[in-house]
Write a protein that binds this ligand. Structure first.
Ligand code: 13P
Length: 253
């Protein structure tokens, strides 16, 4: 598949269903020439319509592209869907799979998520698999069981398949409520343990209301290897500050 696995921190901006071309151009221009540093990789995950123009705009800059979703069939009569190969063709390295908004709003199932993962791997994409519990599940002490039930999609993954996992507690997404450092540390430890049991060694990102004020503390939690940033990635200054916070942490260790 041509990928080497690595543990450089990743700061990825999930733009969700935001930004028109003119806004995207502004945002990318304000991100600066080379926001990534030695220990931090930067990726942008815009809506499909912006993939090709962003690939052109980013050119040789040190920023990777990712999509927010993919369909699992390679081609054919699937009106409105986008295939993994189309994403590769548009310049994507990453694809988000299983975001809670797709699970909860679009009813995406584990079975579909597993099929998407395999389709992504077959085309040489690196999936960013999102997992996370709802508030009632955390309050009922079901967090680990929920995460385990979401990670089963990785059973049967091809040997050495590239994967990044993003832990995004649903109650922290877009709410301004972040998980505490203690919750993040504890949960990431469990996720790494589960991944080891599944024979996978990969980066685990944190996502959910990451902002310039909390990024350094969150990135410094053991077992956190980057962030999947929603709202704050739509503002060039905030996103740059989060990248800088990750670089500060990475340069300390
Ligand atoms: P917010 O950073 O807006 O909470 O979104 C997080 C997220 O869902 C990233 O995928």
């Amino acid at each position: 598949m041509g990928f080497t696995s690595h543990k450089r921190h990743l700061i990825a901006g999930n733009w969700k269903m935001n930004e028109l071309l003119s806004e995207a151009k502004d945002l990318v221009t304000h991100l600066g020439e080379n926001p990534a540093e030695d220990h931090v990789e930067v990726a942008l995950m815009p809506p499909y319509t912006l993939l090709h123009p962003l690939a052109d705009l980013l050119g040789e800059r040190n920023i990777r592209l990712g999509a927010q979703n993919v369909y699992f069939e390679p081609q054919g009569a699937f009106t409105g869907s986008i295939s993994p190969l189309m994403l590769r063709d548009a310049g994507c390295h990453y694809v988000i799979i299983g975001h809670s908004e797709r699970r909860d709003i679009m009813g995406e199932t584990n079975e579909q998520i597993r099929a998407k993962l395999h389709a992504a791997w077959e085309s040489g994409l690196e999936p960013v698999l999102c997992i996370g519990e709802h508030l009632d599940e955390r309050e009922n002490g079901e967090t680990n069981a929920v995460l385990r039930s979401q990670l089963v999609v990785l059973e049967g993954a091809p040997e050495g398949a590239p994967i990044t996992v993003a832990y995004e507690p649903v109650w922290a997404i877009g709410t301004g409520k972040t998980a505490t450092a203690e919750q993040v540390t504890e949960t990431h430890a469990y996720i790494h343990e589960e991944l080891t049991r599944l024979g996978m060694d990969c980066r685990v990102l944190y996502g959910g209301s990451v902002n310039p004020g909390n990024a350094e503390e969150l990135m410094a939690c053991p077992g956190v290897e980057g962030a999947l940033v929603g709202g704050a990635s739509l503002d060039a200054d905030s996103f740059t500050a989060i990248i800088q916070a990750a670089a500060n942490v990475a340069n300390r260790v």
